[in-house]
Design a protein around this ligand. Sequence first.
Ligand code: ADP
Ligand code: MG
Length: 699
Amino acid sequence: MGKQNVPDLFGSNVFDDRVMRARLSAEVYDSLRKTIDEDVKLNEDVAEAVATEMRNWAVEKGATHFTHWFQPLTGVTAEKHDSFIAPSPDGGVIMEFSGKELIKGEPDASSFPSGGLRATFEARGYTAWDPTSYAFIKDHTLCIPTAFCSYSGDALDKKTPLLRSMQALSKQAKRILKLFGVDVKNVRTSVGPEQEYFLIDEKMFNERPDLVYTGRTLFGAMPPKGQELDDHYFGVIKPRVIAFMEDLNEELWKLGILAKTEHNEVAPAQHELAPIFSTTNVATDNNQLTMEIMQKVARKHGLVCLLHEKPFAGVNGSGKHNNWSMATDTGVNLLSPGATPHENAQFLLFLCAVIKAVDEYQDLLRLSVATAGNDHRLGANEAPPAIISVFLGDELSGILDAIKNDAPYQGKEREVLKLGVHSLPRFSRDTTDRNRTSPFAFTGNKFEFRSLGSSNSIACCNIMLNAAVAESLKQFADKLEGAKDFEGELHKLIKETITAHERILFNGNGYSDEWVKEATEKRGLSNLKTTPDAMPHLLDKKNVEMLTSHKVFTETELTSRCEIMLENYCKTVNIEGHTMVDMVRKNYLPAIESYLHRLAQTTSLMKSVSSNVKCNYEISTMERLSELTDYILERVKDLEKALEDIAGIEDVRKKSEAIRDDLIPKMEHLRKHVDEAEMLSSEDCWPFPSYGKLLFSVY
Ligand code: ADP
Ligand code: MG
């Protein structure tokens, strides 16, 4: 594909603004725009007109089916295809699609997790069109982004609360902006998610049941070479990978996804893709699609794209960075420091709102990224710790300190900063100190939340972030509205906020043991290490109150979500445990046994030929391997027992704790012995491709 074709290609499979403007009548277009920009309710005639044009466009593009595309709580996307065809009186068919079908769908969705929200006999949840995210064509199917709810109105998906959280933030941010004399239609949060992934050979993937069943390796000794040379990071991209990336970009561009940068990551076989940022719900839809398309395109190239957070022990795992900001519909980034004193004060207030939100709702941010997969990364010296803190960089921290202490800022001016009167000292974007160890870093005009796992839906953390910031802004607006001396009150509020929440600010090394000690003992920050530790905090009183008061969740929805997330954790680890048992009994033990047989036969044969041979190698290897097989047998029995015990626990919270405390340590113990046996055995006896082969064979 030549470069000149990119603009033509871009968005060619999307019913986007360009298409709508060109195909809809001015009246219909304006009315739809109002719905998109100002959350005005859509009327039926408009829906009918949009549906007709959407169908005409899709059929012209070769689509035969349509689907309501939604994001149930499984974390992946769901779709049920219906064809456009309807019988015509002459015995043929016509292509039909009504406004009703556009707006509402009724998938038989009884098998999606609902955490008790919807009994299976009452299976009919419904999907509702989200006009703020464009429809697109994928595999001859018109995909309509939708929210998914139960008939009682409870959200059964990730999009609904995300949209609610965006509305909550917009409402409160508009109140604040009004105080600064700024009147806007809406404030939207924007997100650019950076996506990490591994690419490995498809044939080798298929040979490993652990990868096939669980997406990660459950066994495997370290190869002689890992990532110590740092020769992969930003290194030359291999031809097969380039071919994959080119194909991927093309597919993503067709879907209007702004895939922008791609490079090799730290670990061998690891890569990253970053899009240009967009509105949060569009970014969320696009990230889900990106993950799906990555996996599809990889298969076309004989590769498999691993999105698991920790596919290989001892090698860096994959995360996702959620770059987040807030902007007005007029295009002003509210986290961008301004040029005038007035703009600066506004910037500082929004900055403080985020700091306060992150401090008060650390637990919500932490649990929003908690999954069995991500538990392997957080706090493991490759990703930020499970402790949430905010990095501002030295310069901005200096400014906040000066405000807090009424002290002169150490800049040129050397005078006490008075908000609304003085300009902020110019500070540069911290490009040198990128502090990769901070979970939540200010990077000049946005915050980067870095604790997400590579397979996480970005909806979850953005729901929490938007809601928590909405709460800060609400409290600020309540204080400032009606203040007699606005500037004085504003200064006081910013000062108070910095003082109250400075414990969350940390510019140092988040990977160090000292930080863990300081954060938990001195600062009282929470350190929720695993999913079973973190998830139950979703139901803490303060969290339920905040999330329900902004109408982001109902209490029932929260209860069900907590249960679903814990259930998901339990099922994931449970499958891993069973896979380990299976691999050990069916493959590893028999493989070691046949190697032992070979060693024993060789030894006795050699000894029968000559009484001078010692067979030290054969005998010592045999002795250790035989010892290991006994250990492995004991450990696999332990694991089987643990799996059985856990199956008997009804309460999901207790079950998750037993998995954390009993099952996972037993899995690790078993693995250790098997990996040692791998190092002692002949490669031709080993039943699965080694780490070395998996990580270094794609060229
Ligand atoms: P890096 O983090 O590698 O320095 P950038 O800062 O250019 O790279 O951007 C990283 C991601 O942040 C990109 O996806 C980019 O589009 C996104 N981003 C940039 N500005 C914003 C913003 N205002 N809101 C949300 N995301 C943004
Ligand atoms: Mg980044």
